[in-house]
Design a protein around this ligand. Structure first.
Ligand SMILES: NC(=O)c1ccc[n+]([C@@H]2O[C@H](COP(=O)([O-])OP(=O)(O)OC[C@H]3O[C@@H](n4cnc5c(N)ncnc54)[C@H](OP(=O)(O)O)[C@@H]3O)[C@@H](O)[C@H]2O)c1
Length: 292
């Protein structure tokens, strides 16, 4: 089940591991509204997967404040059903959660065993999904990630570079700090979990997986514009100005500090997750190739 930001990237990675059956609202091998428990159940019984990868979510963070029932149904109830199915059929569930389970501030990057305290409905719905999965008794891995971007439309990077391409200057929030993560690196981590699942220490496993480093949205935007010019993705640089969150009103409160400590994943899988800059470079390479 693939989301828009990471869909093709995750699909490519998973395809190398075995037969992949995709489900989507309007296309793919199984068309299915994932908020319909009956349809989800029917699809699972037809496919009988060994592994269920579940990155789909209701990610409209501001709308979730006004429509909490929808957010809860997709982000909390659906992962709960999937976990129940996986437990009954001994399948491995891989679920994606968010840095928005934290709201900060904090004096160091958040670890998996830090107490979450979401500051908005979306973050609460994802935290509740984690808890339902943990309580289900399924074999499950939750990958908490942050500030996900790719060269496909519908994310922060594509939004700012599209604006910059048109020659518009950018005003970007400088008082929220996080770990921008390229969807390609998250997909690699997900594949690694599947291939090396014998390393998993418990039935329920929670990992932070994000770009290594800590930046504000403003710093990330500056880096992105600078690098996009070097890569020929942008013809010319545009001005990037910092602004405070208070001057960019949004319905849902965002975390001021949501940097994730990924040491647990790195230690278990004997790896070092790529830096934010490395993620940006690899993403811009994809972007450039897509332009050719
Ligand atoms: N984006 C981030 O910065 C970020 C940060 C941390 C964690 N995450 C988590 O990472 C995962 C991937 O995020 P993303 O940003 O790549 O997601 P996304 O681009 O917003 O995509 C979400 C996908 O879920 C699908 N979906 C939602 N409700 C559905 C339903 N009822 N039936 C069928 N499909 C449905 C959407 O389809 P439609 O387009 O048809 O609605 C869309 O393809 C999510 O679990 C998210 O919570 C994201």
């Amino acid at each position: 089940m693939y989301p828009a930001v990471s869909r093709p990237i995750l699909a490519t990675g998973l395809a190398g591991l075995g037969e992949v059956i995709q489900t989507d609202r309007d296309s793919g091998d199984f068309r299915c509204d994932l908020s319909d428990h009956r349809l989800v159940d029917k699809s699972l019984h037809r496919v009988r997967p060994d592994v269920v990868v579940h990155p789909a979510a209701w990610t409209a963070v501001d709308r979730a404040e006004d429509e909490p029932e929808t957010a809860m149904r997709v982000n909390r109830d659906l992962p709960g059903w999937l976990a129940g199915w996986c437990r009954e059929h001994d399948a491995l569930l891989i679920h994606f959660s968010t840095d928005y389970v934290f709201s900060g501030p904090h004096d160091r990057p958040w670890r998996e065993d830090d107490d979450p305290a979401p500051g908005n409905v979306y973050g609460r719905s994802k935290l509740e999904s984690e808890r339902l999965i943990q309580a289900s008794g399924a074999r499950a891995v939750v990958l908490r990630t942050a500030w996900l971007y790719s060269h496909f439309p519908g994310n922060f990077l594509s939004a700012i570079l599209t604006r910059a391409e048109r020659g518009h200057s950018l005003k970007v929030v400088s008082d929220q700090i996080g770990s921008p993560t390229w969807a390609g690196h998250l997909a690699e981590a997900c594949c690694r979990v599947i291939v090396e699942q014998q390393r998993l220490p418990a039935l329920y496993n929670l990992f932070h997986v994000a770009g290594r480093g800590q930046l504000s949205w403003y710093e990330f935007a500056r880096m992105a514009v600078e690098r996009a010019v070097e890569f020929g993705v942008l013809d010319q640089p545009v001005q990037v100005e910092p602004i405070e969150s208070a001057h960019w009103p949004q319905k849902a409160r965002r975390p001021v500090w949501s940097v994730l400590d990924c040491e647990r994943f790195e230690a278990l899988f004997d790896t070092r997750l790529p830096s934010v800059e490395q993620g940006l470079v690899e993403c811009l390479e994809k972007w450039k190739n897509a332009l050719c």
